[in-house]
Structure formats: C-alpha cells, structure tokens
Design a protein around this ligand. Structure first.
Ligand SMILES: Cc1cc2nc3c(=O)[nH]c(=O)nc-3n(C[C@H](O)[C@H](O)[C@H](O)COP(=O)(O)OP(=O)(O)OC[C@H]3O[C@@H](n4cnc5c(N)ncnc54)[C@H](O)[C@@H]3O)c2cc1C
Length: 473
C-alpha cells in the first residue's frame, strides 16, 4: 500500500489532503520566498493519530515536516525544492484549551491552538500568557515553542522557553512522551522539555504544552517617543529599569525608514508623534496598581528625559484605543516590509551596551557591498535583539544578477559584526533553512557535534524536518 493510502486508512481520508489548492497553501512561506513540493498534508485530530502518522512515515522512509501557522521568517516550515517530498503535518485540528489552573497559574493547551487564542483564554481566567508577537493571530503555540519565539515582552517575562513548564511530544518511533508537568521545581535529571523547545521540528512533534501564566496587568501606560539615536535610547532604558523595575514591560525601537514604510503600506496606520525623528521608541509600563499612577510615573520620566535632551518628541497614550493604535504600528512592521520590497531580515542579538556600535558597523559593512543601500532597523531593544534589514525596492532587487550570492554576502557582513561584538546571528526567529550556512559559519564545532549526537539519539532515521536547523556534517 502506498503511504497516502495507508495514512488515509489510519486517520481518515478527509484528514489527508493532496489537491493542488490544499498543498499550495502550505508549501510556500508567509513572504512567498521559499517553496517546495509535499507528498500530502495531514491534519490529525489527536496525539495518537500523530503517532500513527509518524510510525507510518518511518516505515515508508518519508520525512515528516511539522507545520504550525506557517509564519516562520527563516523558511523553516515549508519543504525544500529538492530531496524527498515530505508529509506536512499540521496540528490546526488540535486546538483545545484543555484546562486552566488559576491558583497554580498554568494552562494546558493543544499545540495547534493559535497564540492569540491562548492569550485570550488566559485573560478570561484573569491571567496573562505573555508571549506576544506580530503573527500572534495565526502562529500556533506549537510553532512558538518549536522556535522558542521571542517577541515584544521578553524584557519582562522572558522568551517562550521561560514560559513553558511541560510538553507532550510524539517521538520518532511513535512513542507519546507525556511530560505535561505544571511544576516550577522538578530536579529529576535532564530537563527534557528544553531539548524540544527551539528544536524547530527536528526532534519530535509537540502535541500539547503546559504553559506558565502570570498575573494579568490591569493598568498600562504606553508612550511613543522620538529620539536622535540608539545611544540615547539606551540611556533612557537604563533609567527606566532603575526607576520602574519589573513594571517596564516593553522597550521597542524602530528607525525612521521602518515607520515611513508602515505608514505608507498599511492602511489606517499613522505616526503617533508629529515631529519627524530618526529613531522611535515604544515603551510600555504595566502592573496592577489602582488609579493613574502608571501614567503619572511615565510622564514624569519622559519630562525629565526631555529636560535632559534625550527626547525630541513624545506622545503618551490617553486611552486604550490610543494604546492599541501605537501597538498596531509596531506589530505592522513585517506586513509593511513584505508589501514594500525585499528586506533581507537578520536576527542578531548583541550585549545591550554594544547595540549602537553594532548598528553603525552593520551599516558600514553593508554599504561597502551595496553603496547607499538603506536598512530598516526593528529592535527589541530591551533584549539587545536587532533586526537589521538591508532593504531593496522590488525593482532594485530584480536588477541584481546573482541574488542568492548577494543575500548571503549581506547576511554574513551583518552577522560578522554581531559575532565581533560577542553576539549571535539568530536571536528569536530560529535557523530554518535561511540560517543554515550561518550555523556552519559561527556555531562552535563542539556544539554542532553535540547537537548532531542529540539528533542521532532522538531521530536516527532523520525523519523530522531534515535539512533544517543542523547543517550537514
Ligand atoms: C508578522 C510576523 C511577525 C513576527 N514577529 C516575531 C517576533 O516578534 N518574534 C519571533 O520570535 N518571531 C516572530 N515571527 C516569526 C514567527 O511568527 C515565529 O517563529 C512563530 O513562533 C512561528 O509559529 P508558527 O506556528 O507559524 O510555526 P511555523 O512557521 O509553522 O513553524 C516554525 C518551525 O516550527 C516547527 N513546528 C511548528 N509546529 C510544530 C510542532 N507542533 N511540533 C514541532 N515542530 C513544530 C516547524 O517545523 C518549523 O521548523 C513573526 C512572523 C511574522 C509573519
């Protein structure tokens, strides 16, 4: 029996899709840059069906590509152009919020649950699931765990790894490992969940998770600020951390080009401040205090900073609508950039103190390759994570003779500067296929060898997402 017929027998013909229209939607990435053929798309209903799919694919030697919301920005969730076509395994049918324990501050969810649904369910129970990013309306919790997603609240709450207490995972031999512990302390040997968090679908299929929740903030103070440069932004960040402590929930930075693209490309978005500025900061304070103390606190800090010449302009959100409008500008950056042209997204992190040097050095390095090329900068500044994005119009990009070679040279130029400053080329998006060359270039040989040993132990047949994350040895 061929693999498609066998899969249909195992999980039902209606859960095994092979038509062109079904496959078109899952074989191309969100930005339309990477695509490759798939054998079929399977949509199992539970972990037992996932296990049956994995066992069947193992018997037939067919690779399994787990796919969440397909919002990966590094080509991690779609097949390669060459090599054996995989079975794409999508968990969208496994989207239940199984339980919420407000006293333990945990929730158990199936991996196909969309991130925004998780946030809403937690909020309805008076709790916060803090991981937040522009794709939260479509990415799945399983995808965010598999990529250890970061986003805009890492400064206060950590990244996804810090907010996962337990996992259920289908292993390469079809075993269902149930590690759905809701414990904050559990020193019983290797903490296996951390192997799967950030493994980008290469070690197992995450089917459910126990998430760590936090008190739901009831008060928010949000401001949009214009500044002369990243060095001033770091002075303000340090000052705010000293004065506000854990109430500082977000400190995001974009440059003028990024704001201009959002305003041009995304209907309804406008600059929150009147005075043009080269650099823009979005700050949020949040807590559970009574009254308007947060707004007053933020206003006092901004007035001091203005007096010290750190700011050129600032707007404090005066209502929830204004607060949401400011965040919508920030969350629209990827959509704007996709519409406007071709941005070569990089994903570096450097020590915070090195951010201004990194941005200057990356600018110089890229302009040595393509004189005058502008760069978008989007930074989760509080985390030292800078997306430095050399930007081409569609026309300029199409005129490049060898686009692949130029893109690689530009990425190396930027990532070399991060490496020189003791940084990383991959802070939050993952490695996928786009950063495979960078893994080979920057990752120490001993680390690669350990990673290959882990892969060999957990997936000796190289069944899960081959050709992603780990460069061939
Ligand atoms: C507009 C926009 C904004 C974004 N902003 C951010 C941001 O601020 N921070 C950030 O970190 N990322 C960001 N991203 C990238 C992306 O949203 C995240 O990487 C997200 O975590 C991917 O989730 P997904 O469900 O779409 O996974 P997919 O893209 O479908 O898959 C990503 C990887 O995870 C694997 N995978 C998916 N589900 C599973 C599973 N159940 N078990 C095992 N492996 C699995 C896939 O094989 C693939 O390797 C953004 C993307 C967009 C489009």
């Amino acid at each position: 029996m061929d693999v498609i017929a066998e899969l249909s027998g195992l999980i039902g013909a209606d859960a095994v899709l092979t038509s062109k229209s079904d496959l078109d939607a899952v074989t191309e990435d969100w930005r339309g840059r990477y695509r490759g053929p798939a054998l079929c798309l399977v949509r199992p209903a539970n972990a037992e069906q996932v296990a049956a799919v994995v066992r069947c694919c193992a018997r037939h030697g067919v690779p399994v590509l787990p796919q969440g919301g397909n919002t990966s920005l590094c080509g991690g969730a779609v097949p390669s152009e060459s090599g054996p076509a995989p079975v794409i395994l999508n968990l969208a049918r496994m989207r239940a919020v199984r339980s919420i324990d407000p006293v333990n501050s945990t929730m158990e969810v199936e991996a196909g649950c969309v991130l925004a649904t998780v946030q809403e369910a937690a909020a309805a129970a008076g709790r916060l699931y803090p991981v937040s990013l522009g794709a939260e309306g479509s990415c799945q919790i399983g995808g965010t765990i598999a990529t250890n997603a970061g986003g805009t609240s890492v400064l206060r709450y950590g990244n996804t790894r810090d907010n996962v207490l337990g996992l259920e995972v289908v292993l390469a031999d079809g075993t269902i490992w149930s590690g759905l512990y809701g414990l904050r302390k559990n020193n019983t040997g290797y903490d296996l969940k951390h192997l799967f968090i950030g493994s980008e679908g290469t070690l197992g299929i995450i089917t459910a998770a126990t998430l760590k929740l936090h008190p739901l903030p009831t008060r928010h103070a949000v401001a949009w600020i214009g500044m002369a440069g990243p060095a001033d932004a770091l002075v303000l960040l340090t000052r705010m951390q000293e004065r506000c402590g854990a109430r500082l929930s977000a400190f995001e930075m974009i440059n003028r080009l990024q704001l201009d693209l959002v305003v041009e490309q995304v209907p309804g978005r406008r600059s929150p401040i009147e005075t043009p500025a080269d650099w823009h900061i979005l700050i949020e304070l949040s807590d559970n205090s009574e009254g308007d103390t947060l707004d007053a606190e933020l206003q006092a800090i901004l007035e001091d900073a203005f007096g010290d010449g750190l700011l050129t302009d600032a707007a404090l959100a005066a209502s929830d609508a204004q607060r949401h409008a400011m965040w919508e500008v920030r969350h629209s950056v990827s959509e704007a950039n996709k519409k406007a042209g071709v941005g070569l997204t990089t994903d570096c992190a450097v020590p915070l103190s090195a951010v201004p040097t990194f941005i200057d050095a990356a600018t110089t390095a890229v302009q040595a390759l393509v004189p005058g090329l502008p760069a978008i900068v989007v930074a989760h500044l509080g985390d030292g994570n800078v997306h430095f994005i050399p930007f081409f119009t569609f026309g300029a990009w199409n005129a490049v003779a060898d686009r692949e070679a130029l893109a690689a040279a530009i990425r190396h130029a930027v990532n070399d500067e991060a490496a020189r400053l003791n940084g990383t080329f991959s802070a939050e998006h993952g490695v996928g296929r786009v950063q495979l060359g960078e893994m080979a270039r920057y990752k120490p040989a001993a680390e690669l060898a350990l990673m290959r040993a882990v892969k060999q132990a957990l997936d000796p047949q190289n069944l899960f997402n081959p050709g992603r994350l780990l460069p061939s040895g």
